[in-house]
Ligand binder design. Structure first.
Ligand SMILES: Nc1ncnc2c1ncn2[C@@H]1O[C@H](COP(=O)(O)OP(=O)(O)OP(=O)(O)O)[C@@H](O)[C@H]1O
Ligand SMILES: [Mg+2]
Length: 872
C-alpha cells in the first residue's frame, strides 16, 4: 500500500478503486480477476522443481556427502567423486518426486480446506448486494468484505466500518498480542490503524472493509518468508537427533582411517579415497528419501481414501508418535449446532422470560456487532424465540470473545424510554455479576450444574435497568455510544433464569474415541464449557473421565493413562496444559475447531482441525480433516505409525549393517597388507544396498508396530545399532578367518581380486539377511508373504552372487569365486542368521522388561512409549 497515500479518507479509497460500500458487481469482479490474477498468498504456491532440489540439498547428509565428494575431487579420485555426485543427484530427485506426488494428491482436496471470505457482491448494477462466502483466491481489489473473530484477513484491506476490532499481526511482527484497528475516516499520517494486512488474524470484533491489494501485491507477499516459530516437534527431536550423531561419526571417519593407516601400516594420502568411501559407506544417504517417501505415501493415501489433509509432512510422523490427544468439546466432539431445550425462570420452573431476554440480546448483538454469521448459541436462541428484539432499539453490544464467557447488550424500550442491560453467559460468570445472597448464588449454581450434568449446555440470563444517560440521545444514532458500554457496567444485575441447549455429538465421535483408546492414546477433553456438560458428553461418547476439574483448580500437568476433563478453559489454559504435557515427555496432539483453540493447536506437536473449524484454526493446524466423520483421526494415526515404523526399520537395518561393515573393513585394513576393498567397490556395494533399502518405504509393518505410539528414540537406536553393528563386524571377520583357513591354493584369499570379490559377495548376502531379520514389527519367523522388502533382499543377494563373475564385476576389479567358497559361505551365513535371530529375541525381551510389557517391533531401537510410562 506504500504507493498510495495511506491517509486517504474511506471515500477517496473507494473512488480510486472504482467501487462503493455496496461492493462490486459479479461482472466487474470477474473482469478484475482476469486482469490482476488470483489472490494466492505466495507461501501456498506449489514449489518449482529447482526450489525443491535446492531444499533437498540443504539436508545435513547431502551436505556431508558433497563435502566428501569435494575431498575426493581434490585428490583427483574422479571415480569416487562421480559416484558420490550420482548418489546425491538420485537422492534429491527421488525426494523431490515423492514430495510432488504427495502435493498432487493433496491438491485435489485443497479446495475443501481453502479459506473463504465473506464478500458483498451484486448480481448487476441495479440489484442489492448479496453476502457471499467466496474462496479467498477469488477476491479482487474493490471487493467489500466482512470480518469476524477467527477470520484470517484475506487480502490487504482498508476498513470502512469496524466495531471493537483487534487483530493479531504475528506473521509480520512476531508479536502475538493483538492490536486495535478502527475505521478512522481521517487517519493520522503514517498510522496504520485503518489498514489490515493479509495473514493477520481477527481476534475480536467485526469490520467491513474494502480490498486494496491482492496476491503478490500484498504486504505479506513482500515480506520475507517468516521463520517458523514452532517449538521443535517430535520429528525434529528424533530424526534430527540421530542425524546429528551420524554426521559427527561420518566426519570423524576419514581422519581416523588416515591416521590409523599411517601409524600402523605406514600408508600415506593414497588411503584417502578409501577413507572417504568408508565414510560414505557409513552414511544412511537414503534417509531423506525414505523419510519423504514414507511420509508422502502416507499423506497421499490419507488424502485419497480418508479426506485428510496433512499440511506439513513431518506432522504425520508426529501423529504416529502421539500418546496424548487433547480434544476440544464444542464443535469437535459435538456438532456445535445447539438447539434450545428449556427456558427456566428464577424459581426453576419453565418460564419463557429467560429465553425472551436472551433472544433480544442475541438479536441486537448480531446487528450491532455486524457479525457476518451469528454465534451458534445466539442462532439457537433466535430460532427458538422466533422474531423478537425488533420491538426494542439496540444501543450497544459487547459480544463474547476468547476468554470472556459472557455477552452483554444494551437496548432501549422506545415506549417507556427505559434502558435495559442484558447479560447472558456461563452461569458462574453471570451470577458473579448479580446482586445475590451467597446461599441463593450456590443454589442457582447447583441448578445450573444439574442441567449441565444432563449433558445440556447452559446459559444464565440476567438484566438490569440503567438510568437515563444524556449521551444516549435515542434510537437510530450511531457513533461513539458503543464505547460507553464497558465490562464495568456488568454488575448489580437481576437473575432472570437459565436457557439450556442440546448439542448432538459429531458424526463418528464415539467410534473415533474408541479407536484412539485402542491405539494406546490417552484422550483429555479441554473445553470452555461447564464441567458437568463436558463430563456427560464424554460419558455419552463412551469415555469415562477419571477426573473432572476446571482450569481454575490448577494448571498442573494432566495425569497420564486416564481421561481428564478440564472445563472452563481459556485459550491460554488449553495451550498451557498442552505445553505442560509436552514438558512431561509426551508427544501431544490437539484437536480443536475454534478461535479459542488456536494457541493450543500451535503449542501441540500436531495440531488437528475438524471440517467445520474456523479459518484460523485450519490455518494453524498441521492436519485438517476434510471428511465429516471424526474416525479419520484413527486412520491418520495408523498411517503415521506405519510411516514411522518403516523409517525405524530402515534406520535399524542400514545403520547396524553399515556400522558392521565399516568396523570390519577398518580392522581388515589394519590386519591385511592390502585394502580389503577398493574404494570403487565399497561405493558399488553401498549403491546396491541403498537401492535395495528403498523397499522400506513400501513395506507394510506388522500389526504389533501399529498398536502403540512409535517414537524414535536416538539413545535406544544408537544402542541397537552398536550391538548389532559389532555382531555384524564379528560375523564378517569370522567369515574371512574361516575362509582363509579353509581355502588354499591358487584361488586362496591372499589373491587380492579373490579377496575383494569374496568380501563384496559376503557383504551383500549378510545385508540381505539383516534386511529380513532386523525389520520392525514382522519377524521372518511370523511367516506371511515376502512383501517388497523380501523381494528386494532376494534381489540384493542375487546381485551379490552374480556381479563378481560378470563383465561389470571385472571392470570393478572383481573375479569369479572358487566353488568351495560358496559352500563355506552358506554354512557361515546359516550360523550368522541363527545368531541374529537369537540376539534379536534377547534384545526384544530386554525391551519388553523396559517398556512395561508392551514390546513389539518398536522395541528394537524404536522404543515404545506406553502412555505416561516414558523411557527416555
Ligand atoms: N453467544 C454467547 N452468549 C453468551 N455466552 C456465550 C455465548 N457463546 C458462548 N458463551 C459462553 O462462553 C463459554 C465459553 O465458550 P468457548 O467458546 O470458550 O467454549 P465452548 O464453545 O463452550 O467449548 P469448547 O472450548 O469445547 O469449544 C460457553 O460455555 C458459554 O457459557
Ligand atoms: Mg470448540
Amino acid at each position: 500500500m506504500a504507493s498510495e497515500p495511506v491517509t486517504d479518507t474511506a471515500l477517496r479509497v473507494l473512488r480510486r478503486l472504482e467501487t462503493g460500500p455496496r461492493g462490486l458487481t459479479e461482472a466487474e469482479a470477474a473482469a478484475r480477476l482476469a486482469a490482476v490474477g488470483e489472490n494466492i498468498p505466495p507461501r501456498s504456491r506449489a514449489l518449482s522443481w529447482p526450489a525443491r532440489w535446492l531444499r533437498a540439498l540443504r539436508d545435513p547428509f547431502t551436505a556431508v556427502l558433497l563435502t566428501l565428494g569435494l575431498v575426493s575431487a581434490f585428490v583427483a579420485s574422479w571415480g569416487t567423486a562421480a559416484v558420490i555426485l550420482a548418489l546425491v543427484a538420485v537422492s534429491c530427485v527421488l525426494r523431490a518426486t515423492g514430495e510432488r506426488r504427495a502435493d498432487r494428491s493433496l491438491a485435489t482436496l485443497r479446495h475443501l480446506v481453502a479459506g473463504t471470505a465473506t464478500v458483498l457482491r451484486r448480481p448487476d448494477d441495479t440489484a442489492d448486494p448479496r453476502v457471499r462466502e467466496l474462496p479467498v483466491t477469488d477476491l479482487v481489489p474493490g471487493d467489500v468484505v466482512r470480518l469476524a473473530p477467527g477470520d484470517l484477513v484475506p487480502a490487504d484491506i482498508r476498513l470502512l466500518r469496524s466495531r471493537g476490532l483487534t487483530v493479531s499481526q504475528a506473521v509480520f511482527t512476531g508479536e502475538s498480542s493483538p492490536v486495535s484497528k478502527a475505521a478512522a475516516d481521517l487517519p493520522e499520517p503514517r498510522a496504520e490503524d485503518h489498514l489490515c494486512f493479509q495473514g493477520s488474524v481477527v481476534t475480536a470484533g467485526t469490520a467491513t472493509a474494502v480490498v486494496v491489494h491482492t496476491g503478490a501485491r500484498t504486504r505479506f507477499a513482500a515480506a520475507h518468508p517468516v521463520p517458523d516459530h514452532r517449538v521443535p516437534s517430535a520429528f525434529d527431536r528424533s530424526v534430527h537427533g540421530i542425524a546429528r550423531v551420524l554426521v559427527r561419526f561420518m566426519l570423524l571417519t576419514p581422519p581416523l582411517v588416515l591416521m590409523a593407516g599411517a601409524v600402523l601400516r605406514g600408508r600415506g594420502l593414497e588411503t584417502l579415497p578409501f577413507a572417504v568411501a568408508v565414510a560414505v559407506g557409513l552414511t544412511p544417504e537414503m534417509l531423506p528419501v525414505i523419510v519423504t517417501t514414507c511420509l508422502a505415501r502416507g499423506a497421499a493415501g490419507l488424502a485419497r481414501t480418508r479426506q485428510v489433509v496433512v499440511r506439513r509432512l513431518p506432522a504425520l510422523h508426529d501423529l504416529g508418535a502421539v500418546d496424548v490427544l487433547c480434544v476440544d468439546k464444542t464443535g469437535t466432539l459435538t456438532q456445535d449446532r445447539p438447539v434450545a431445550a428449556r427456558s427456566l425462570g428464577p424459581d426453576g420452573h419453565d418460564d419463557p422470560e429467560a429465553l425472551h431476554w436472551a433472544a433480544v440480546a442475541a438479536w441486537w448483538t448480531l446487528h450491532l456487532a455486524e457479525l457476518p454469521t451469528p454465534d451458534a448459541l445466539d442462532a439457537a436462541l433466535l430460532d427458538a424465540a422466533g422474531p423478537t428484539g425488533e420491538e426494542y432499539d439496540g444501543l450497544a453490544a459487547l459480544p463474547v470473545e476468547p476468554g470472556r464467557r459472557l455477552a452483554t447488550t444494551l437496548v432501549a424500550d422506545p415506549l417507556g424510554g427505559r434502558r435495559l442491560l442484558i447479560t447472558k453467559g456461563a452461569a458462574e460468570d453471570v451470577l458473579d455479576r448479580c446482586d445475590l445472597p451467597g446461599g441463593e448464588r450456590r443454589r442457582l449454581l447447583a441448578r445450573a450444574g444439574r442441567e449441565a450434568a444432563a449433558g445440556r449446555r447452559v446459559l444464565a440470563v440476567a438484566a438490569t435497568e440503567l438510568p437515563h444517560h444524556p449521551l444516549y440521545p435515542g434510537p437510530g444514532a450511531t457513533g461513539p455510544r458503543a464505547s460507553l458500554l464497558t465490562p464495568a457496567d456488568e454488575h448489580g444485575l437481576t437473575f432472570r433464569g437459565l436457557v439450556t441447549f442440546h448439542d448432538e455429538p459429531a458424526p463418528g465421535a464415539a467410534e473415533s474415541l474408541r479407536a484412539l483408546t485402542a491405539l494406546g492414546i490417552t484422550v483429555h477433553v479441554l473445553t470452555g464449557d461447564h464441567p458437568g456438560t463436558a463430563a456427560r458428553v464424554c460419558r455419552d461418547l463412551g469415555l469415562e473421565p477419571g477426573e473432572v476439574r476446571t482450569a481454575a483448580d490448577g494448571t498442573g500437568p494432566l495425569p497420564a493413562g486416564a481421561t481428564t476433563v478440564v472445563a472452563r478453559c481459556t485459550p491460554r489454559d488449553k495451550a498451557d496444559l498442552v505445553t505442560a504435557l509436552r514438558a512431561a515427555g509426551h508427544t501431544v496432539g490437539f484437536l480443536g475447531d475454534g478461535v479459542n483453540d488456536v494457541p493450543a493447536l500451535l503449542a501441540a506437536d500436531v495440531g488437528l482441525a475438524p471440517r467445520g473449524a474456523v479459518p484460523v484454526a485450519r490455518e494453524s493446524a498441521d492436519v485438517v480433516l476434510a471428511a465429516k466423520d471424526l474416525t479419520a483421526i484413527g486412520h491418520a494415526v495408523v498411517a503415521g505409525r506405519r510411516g514411522s515404523a518403516n523409517i525405524a526399520s530402515y534406520l535399524r537395518v542400514t545403520l547396524s549393517s553399515n556400522l558392521g561393515n565399516v568396523l570390519a573393513m577398518l580392522a581388515a585394513a589394519l590386519l591385511l597388507p592390502f585394502l580389503p576393498m577398493l574404494p570403487v567397490q565399497v561405493l558399488a556395494q553401498n549403491l546396491c544396498f541403498d537401492a535395495a533399502q528403498l523397499a522400506f518405504a513400501h513395506d507394510r509393518p506388522g500389526a504389533p508396530a501399529l498398536r502403540r505410539p512409535t517414537v524414535l528414540r536416538p539413545p535406544a537406536l544408537l544402542r541397537f545399532i552398536t550391538a548389532f553393528g559389532v555382531l555384524n563386524a564379528v560375523a564378517d571377520l569370522a567369515t574371512f578367518a574361516v575362509l582363509a583357513l579353509a581355502l588354499r591354493g591358487p584361488d586362496a584369499l591372499d589373491d587380492q581380486a579373490v579377496f575383494h570379490s569374496a568380501w563384496f559377495t559376503e557383504n551383500l548376502l549378510t545385508q540381505a539377511l539383516v534386511m529380513l531379520l532386523l525389520r520392525g514389527g514382522r519377524h521372518l519367523a511370523e511367516g506371511g508373504r515376502p512383501g517388497p522388502v523380501g523381494w528386494s533382499a532376494a534381489l540384493l543377494a542375487a546381485v551379490g552372487l552374480a556381479l563378481p563373475p560378470s563383465p561389470l564385476g571385472a571392470a570393478l576389479g572383481m573375479t569369479a569365486l572358487p566353488a568351495g567358497y560358496h559352500l563355506l559361505l552358506t554354512a557361515v551365513l546359516g550360523v550368522y542368521a541363527v545368531t541374529l535371530v537369537l540376539a534379536r529375541r534377547r534384545h526384544d525381551r530386554r525391551g519388553t522388561g523396559r517398556t512395561d510389557g508392551h514390546a513389539d517391533g518398536g522395541t528394537t531401537g524404536c522404543t515404545v512409549a506406553q502412555s505416561g510410562k516414558l523411557h527416555r
